[in-house]
Design a protein around this ligand. Sequence first.
Ligand SMILES: [Zn+2]
Length: 688
Amino acid sequence: MEERTVFDWIEEENKGAGQAGEKEFGRMKELVKTLNEAAFAYYVDDREIMSNFEYDRLYDELAALEKSTGVTLPDSPTKSAGAGYRPVSKLVKSEHEFPALSLDKTKDRQALAGWLGGMEGVLSWKLDGLTVVLTYRNGTLLKAVTRGNGFVGEDVTHNVVHFAGVPRRIGFGGKLIVRGEAVMKYADFEKVNKELPETEAKYKNPRNLASATVRLLDPGIALTRPVTLCAFDLVYADQGADISDPNSKFSQLEWLKKQGFTVVEHTLVTSLTVEYEVGRYEEELPGNEFPTDGLVLIIDDEKYGKSLGSTGKFPRNGIAFKWQDETAETRIREVEWSASRTGLLNPVAVFEPVEIEGTTVSRASVHNVSIARSLKLAPGSGVRVYKANLIIPQIAETFDPKGETFVPSKCPVCGGPTVIRENEGIETLYCDDPGCPAKHVGRFSYFVSRDAVNVNGLSEATLEAFIDAGFVRRFPDLYHLDRYKEAIVGMEGFGERSYDNLIASVEQSRSVKFSALLNALGIPGIGKDMAKQLSRFLGENACERFRELLKERYDFSTVDGIGAVINDNIYAWADDPERFGEFEALLPELDVSDDAPAARVEAGSEGNDPVYGRTFVITGSLVNFTNRDQMIAFIEERGGRVSGSVSSKTDYLINNDVNSGSGKNKKAKELGVPVISEAEFMAMCKGN
Ligand SMILES: [Zn+2]
């Protein structure tokens, strides 16, 4: 296979075409189409529309027809990069002889001159595609490997041979290693995306498409995709290359052109000309056929550049320049007004999703009414979006405005009237209703707290941000945060990882004890302890039972420890359609379980359990239990109570330092309350 290059094979394959009958030709067309669809679905889409057996059968039929007719259709899956084509089953890892490190970045164009000092540099586009390393020997392509992590990439030779800009043969016979960027023109990107069947996911941008094409397993598909490989660096050449100045990066690129490579546009610069040249590239930017994400500046003197070494992370011989802020054009879908706890209604521009700096954004906060009005944010208005500090999406400006910004007269959360307040010329919109739920962040932070439904790691600040953004209006909304994934991931201080952690915590919180849920609802007077009491009274299927008793208008004041005031509070809550509706909407989200094993409650006595009905006080540090709350839960599960201070009603004081002189120990001794260690407590429970 090394002797015969892939190009020879392709040429031979298409040379001696004989005559095919119409019937055979039709069948071959059909087979090619079916097989390509199946391969695409399987390898690219992860979807199996045909069994391997069926694929092999059709493939063999096609191969036989091609042999008998001598015709191979241009997009036939049998057209191989190697002998005996099959789509590769996976990409094989391949180590780079010369690590491909990425460059340090700057956004400051004035810094470039200082960085160059007295040296000459080569300025070129930083193309936005996938980097591929080509190795030639004896004038032919040996292999093409993706950049990967810089040290190890994937062998993609089978696709890269089909790309424009990759010469079939070069005049130079020694070993040559070249880096290039596989890129796709904007126009071709649109075309390929449009031609994808409706069922296929469309690609987001030319980089995604170029990158997917490079890594295809089936070169039959790569063949139909117009990808260009633009060489940007000569990594290594054996002695004997007739480069006019072998030590000059500029001369090397010029030489690569002569060998037949498509080479990235490049310019020789000095500290005096670099800023001007950057400006010239910038002017070219709007007309560029290929996507770019900045410029690259490399020291021309290769030996000197290499002598600078690297910072550990970045080589010192080059620097990437990024344009100030990457912007994207899109159109407004709507302007949302999201409420905060202060009653402030913030405009949020919701637009067609666009990719900026590597993530998809679709929302940007607009801060106040004045800014929204000056930007003329209305559905359909064209806007340019950027990410401030590369993180927070912002609207830079509007083009093609479609009318004035509509400012709502009603609060989107509670429907109450809104007012515009003016301060130093800046207008802001407020909800004027004191009962507006948006103002009750506290209610939500209590709901998610540890003794309530317990959403671990959901801070009040985060909750406030979610409420502001309109992601959370009622308790059940907490269980549907995934609807706003992209917006949350893009929030300041958030990321994919913290989003995943949050969702995991939310999922975990779905299974909840009834008393914790009751506590979470925030009914005045029903805190953690009262909720447990009520739950114990309700017994088995506490949640269902609670709803039944509410319907019957059961008098809860008859329950031990629950007075008339709390009974009134319960019914004030249950009769409020807003609140009770919220509770009902919450139930399908949760898996509510009873607090204590029902049998224990039904026993109604101490039984044999020394914990049941006893009051404990815990002091000092614990050894067996991870923390005090865990021990409290253990005691309460068994029907015991835990109190904060020692009194005549205390049955046991649990203290690992039995002889400590603490106030609680003294008090216990005075009152004759036994002081036991954690180990003794455990022994007591086990003895049961
Ligand atoms: Zn409101």
